[in-house]
Write a protein that binds this ligand. Structure first.
Ligand code: 5GP
Length: 210
């Protein structure tokens, strides 16, 4: 089958989840396990944390720079999250998608809503922990957050779960490997949806004379 038959625009895949659902781990594993998937590196005004690297995890920018980018309409979407601003660069995203790269957006629900209206071919995935109790255990286990922060995150999680009804796919992250399999299946199916049927027909009939 000719390569042309598979030439396609990349899949814009939005992944959102309450904090503690395992979203970041799943996103990185998905990128490692499938080719042609790029992580959308957002711009943020929040300070760099721990082992994060500028240009890899985020582009860490000042309030002024962010403001200027907003004024230039450089963002496909942007939002205030936990007191800081985060945004997705429009041009970079469009270039990757046009080059046939799937783009994975690790963004919040406000961003998901904006991407859904900006790109009609976006696939929206919401990742859930199995239940509130498991989420609470994960939040307590992983961080040095104060009791007050944990309570706030749990409340935020409940609101997000209620507000995410417009996401196309919901996936429960109980066992990492199972959740990863489901995420791969989703992305592979979205890729198939986008293969040009016309190009596939042409390639099929061309082979007759080969
Ligand atoms: P963190 O600061 O912990 O890395 O991320 C905080 C939240 O901001 C997470 O829910 C993350 O998904 C979200 N986020 C990261 N980048 C963007 C972005 O470009 N746009 C939006 N709307 N949310 C983002």
């Amino acid at each position: 089958m000719s390569e042309q038959a598979y030439k396609r625009r990349g899949v814009p895949l939005v992944v959102s989840a309450p904090s503690g659902a395992g979203k970041t781990t799943l996103c990185h594993k998905l990128i490692d396990s499938l080719g042609d998937v790029s992580f959308s590196v957002s711009y943020t005004t929040r300070p760099l944390r721990g082992k994060e690297q500028d240009g890899v995890d985020y582009y860490f920018v000042s309030e002024n720079t962010f403001e200027q980018l907003v004024a230039e309409d450089a963002f496909l979407e942007w939002a205030h999250v936990h007191g800081h601003r985060y945004g997705t660069h429009r041009r970079t995203t469009e270039d990757l998608l046009a080059a046939g790269k799937d783009v994975l957006f690790d963004i919040d629900i406000q961003g998901g809503e904006q991407i859904a209206s900006a790109l009609d071919d976006a696939a929206l995935l919401f990742i859930l922990p199995p239940n509130k109790k498991v989420l609470e255990e994960r939040l307590r286990g992983r961080s040095s957050d104060s009791e007050e922060q944990i309570v706030r995150r749990l409340e935020a999680a409940q609101n997000e779960v209620k507000a995410a009804a417009f996401y196309h796919y919901w996936l429960i992250n109980g066992h990492l490997d199972d959740a990863l399999d489901e995420m791969r299946a989703l992305l592979l199916a979205e890729r198939l949806k986008r293969a040009s049927k016309k190009a596939l027909q042409d390639a099929f009939f061309m082979q007759e004379g080969d």
